[in-house]
Design a protein around this ligand. Structure first.
Ligand SMILES: Cc1cc2nc3c(=O)[nH]c(=O)nc-3n(C[C@H](O)[C@H](O)[C@H](O)COP(=O)(O)OP(=O)(O)OC[C@H]3O[C@@H](n4cnc5c(N)ncnc54)[C@H](O)[C@@H]3O)c2cc1C
Length: 407
């Protein structure tokens, strides 16, 4: 029976027959419509798979959505996020960052949505001497890994960003660390998915069953009692992935890491506050300002391990504003447009979980933690490969979802 489409904002959703009669081997249900679920759905549909995406929240209403992807700042910053001991993850990030130009060109062409890709680089600055020491170590790591960055004096930083506080000690320019608008990216992915044949179901998945209805390999039971049959299922529900029941304990505990940030605007007629993403360390606390072409500035973000708590706190927002103002005093003049809180999906080892599990047909695309927007292009490629061949490409095997037993 052909599904009946209804317009939901700009994206079409479908009524689902409770038990689909067809049992083809190329049906995929993707659970979760954050950036990871949507890029997976789009790329899988492009490879000829029949994809259904299940998501409770409309992509057109980001302020009401629970997805971390609707809160993210959108930094594509593998160089300035490099951390000792996470070199492989950073290389994966560099691989994804290098895909971004072509990814954005294709996505914008197919979807007709401008995703706000800004190729203006990132300046990372230090507030005090201890912060400068951390930055010096980071620069050494970047050099060792062959990432092009440039060390700058305080004056050099202020030449690039005249609104920086005079006390800033010095910095590192990462010319290849860019940014994108994640809300526009989500909308573009939804439209591109729709055009590639992805069917979207508004619902909440409670359980993946094996077998599924009518002899299908897998089933996805939704909260309204309906069941979708599938040959393969991708669990990409962000930090809520471990709440979906699965036939065997193949999903590790996913750690929500809370982030609070503000969206603000440069007042009408005023010049941009900063010309590129400015990240800083202020007495050991990371802070960033991410400017968009339309005058919006994202000021973030806290990192708090408080379970699924999504309260916006005075203390959290104050910390972010305090540190942002130390670096760029003109932050005080911005007009606040929105305060946001999101939960980054952290895996036990902080690395993504990609591809097949030991439950036949069940895949994970989860645990992207602080880097889901950056890692979207490479995740799309990896998951499309996993869904069509059953295996991960060699470069992604480190991130295999079944890299250890999780029970
Ligand atoms: C403050 C903050 C700033 C960030 N900044 C950046 C940044 O600058 N750059 C970067 O790369 N990353 C950033 N991130 C991280 C990034 O947001 C995440 O890594 C990424 O969004 C994860 O995407 P996801 O699709 O896995 O999860 P989510 O975006 O959380 O999406 C999960 C989706 O699954 C749905 N869902 C949940 N349960 C179910 C269910 N049972 N059935 C169906 N659907 C379900 C949810 O409604 C949601 O839409 C930031 C995160 C935060 C919080």
């Amino acid at each position: 029976m052909p599904a009946k489409g209804v317009e939901h904002g700009a994206v079409r959703t479908f009524d689902v027959p409770p038990h689909e009669k067809i049992r083809p081997t190329n049906t995929v249900v993707v659970i979760g419509g954050g950036v990871i679920g949507r890029v997976t759905a789009w790329r899988a549909a492009q490879r000829g798979l029949a994809v259904t995406l299940v998501e409770p929240d409309p992509v057109t209403e980001p302020s009401a959505a629970r997805a971390s992807s609707t809160v993210a700042a959108g930094m594509l910053t593998p160089a300035t996020e490099a951390v000792f001991g996470e070199e492989e993850l950073m290389e994966f990030g560099v691989r994804s960052a290098r895909l971004y130009d072509d990814f954005v060109t294709e996505l914008q062409e197919v979807s007709g949505v401008d995703v706000g890709h800004r190729r203006t680089g990132t300046l990372l600055v230090a507030f005090d001497r201890d912060d400068l020491a951390v930055l010096t170590d980071l620069h050494a790591l970047q050099e060792r890994l062959g990432i092009a960055t440039e060390r700058l004096t305080s004056r050099g930083c202020r030449r690039l960003e005249p609104t920086l506080a005079p006390g800033v000690r010095g910095g590192v320019l990462a010319p290849e660390d860019h940014s994108v608008d994640p809300r526009r990216l989500l909308l573009a992915l939804a439209r591109a998915g729709e055009r590639a044949g992805v069917r979207e179901v508004r619902g909440y998945a409670e359980e993946v069953t094996s077998p599924g209805p009518d002899g299908a390999r897998l089933g996805v039971r939704l909260a309204d009692g309906s069941v979708l049959s599938a040959h393969q299922v991708v669990l990409s529900a962000g930090c809520w992935g471990d709440a979906v029941e699965v036939p065997e304990p193949v999903v590790p505990p996913l750690r929500p890491v809370k982030g609070q940030l503000l969206r603000a605007r440069v007042p009408d007629g005023e010049p941009p506050l900063v010309n590129r993403t400015v990240r800083g360390l202020v007495r050991g606390f990371p802070v960033y300002l991410v400017p968009r072409a339309d005058g919006e500035v994202i000021v973030g973000a806290t990192q708090e391990e408080l379970g699924h708590d999504t309260s916006l706190t005075v203390g959290g927002l104050w910390q972010v504003l305090r540190d942002a103002r130390e670096l760029v005093p003109g932050v005080s003049e911005l007009e606040v447009t929105e305060t946001c809180v999101g939960l980054r999906p952290g895996s036990p080892d902080n690395e993504p979980l990609l591809g097949p599990t030991r439950v036949p047909g069940l895949h994970l695309a989860a645990g992207h933690f602080r880097h889901g927007v950056l890692l979207a292009p490479v995740t799309g490629e990896v998951m499309a490969e996993a869904l069509t061949t059953g295996a991960l490409p060699a470069y992604a095997r480190r991130f295999a979802a079944d890299r250890r037993a999780w029970e």
